[in-house]
Design a protein around this ligand. Structure first.
Ligand SMILES: Nc1ncnc2c1ncn2[C@@H]1O[C@H](COP(=O)(O)OP(=O)(O)OP(=O)(O)O)[C@@H](O)[C@H]1O
Ligand SMILES: [Mg+2]
Length: 237
């Protein structure tokens, strides 16, 4: 697998949850694909299934039925170990609340994914960490704890963590949801830059300003996903 051809393809995907009220059919026969190198926004009301869809694409959850081909490979055939290897090597996650480990420094937080990556040698950790920190402009914060950083800085560290294993795909669930507009723009410039390097970027957002950074936008509604054609997008869907 390489960055140039790793695509996401969902075919007839279903996901339901059973709760006190019965069955909640959140994703209904979803057909959806994302090309390599795309930058895609996913919108939709609260509870519409955006995070559920992203979790399936990010190999954190499984569909009940249908097919998910990641880089041409049917993920249902993979073992738990193979899935975790695929996640670690090909997918980076960025969350609304940053999810940095509070009692670890920036350097220690960035070391965590490297420890799970067998293709990175321990002696190369420091160089990898320096490389991602200079990319996000926080070289001087290596020994800081998350609580000693601003929200925007924490999110940039979370992006560095998502990047450190050189993923093809970066999945972001409301990455600017806790940021003011200046920090939000800063994070979006960073994600756009990563996309221009060839990485595929998917972003769940409620914010039209965030969606405007993307080439394509989709909306989840009543369990289905639809393309949104809207002025202001850099490219038509
Ligand atoms: N693990 C779970 N168990 C039961 N129900 C769940 C589970 N995960 C999600 N759901 C239900 O699936 C629906 C979609 O949830 P999801 O988190 O995907 O929504 P969302 O579009 O991300 O919403 P938000 O914008 O509020 O984050 C909701 O009705 C939710 O209650
Ligand atoms: Mg959500």
């Amino acid at each position: 697998m390489s960055m140039s051809n790793c695509v996401i393809e969902l075919k007839g995907l279903n996901r339901s949850f059973i709760n006190g009220a019965g069955e909640n059919h959140v994703l209904k026969q979803i057909d959806f694909s994302v090309n390599s190198g795309d930058m895609v926004a996913i919108l939709g009301q609260s509870g519409s299934g955006k995070s559920t869809l992203l979790s399936i694409m990010g190999l954190l959850d499984k569909a009940d039925s249908g097919q998910y081909l990641l880089c041409g490979q049917d993920v249902s055939t993979l073992s738990t170990y193979q899935l975790s290897q695929l996640r670690n090597g090909h997918i980076g996650w960025v969350f609304q609340n940053f999810n940095l480990i509070a009692d670890m420094t920036v350097t220690e937080n960035l070391t965590v994914p490297l420890r799970f990556n067998q293709s990175v040698n321990r002696v190369d950790y420091e160089a990898k960490i320096d490389e991602v920190l200079s990319k996000i402009g926080l070289d001087d914060k290596k020994s800081f704890f998350p609580a000693e950083l601003s929200g925007g800085q924490q999110q940039r560290v979370a992006i560095a963590r998502a990047l450190i294993c050189q993923p093809d795909i970066i999945l972001c669930d409301e990455p600017t949801g806790n940021l003011d507009s200046a920090n939000s723009d800063n994070v979006m410039e960073l994600l756009s830059g990563l996309n221009q390097e060839g990485r595929t970027v998917l972003i769940i957002t409620h914010d039209p300003a965030v969606a405007a950074y993307c080439h394509k936008a989709y909306k989840i509604c009543d369990g289905e996903i639809q393309a949104i054609l809207q002025q202001g997008f850099k490219h038509a869907v």
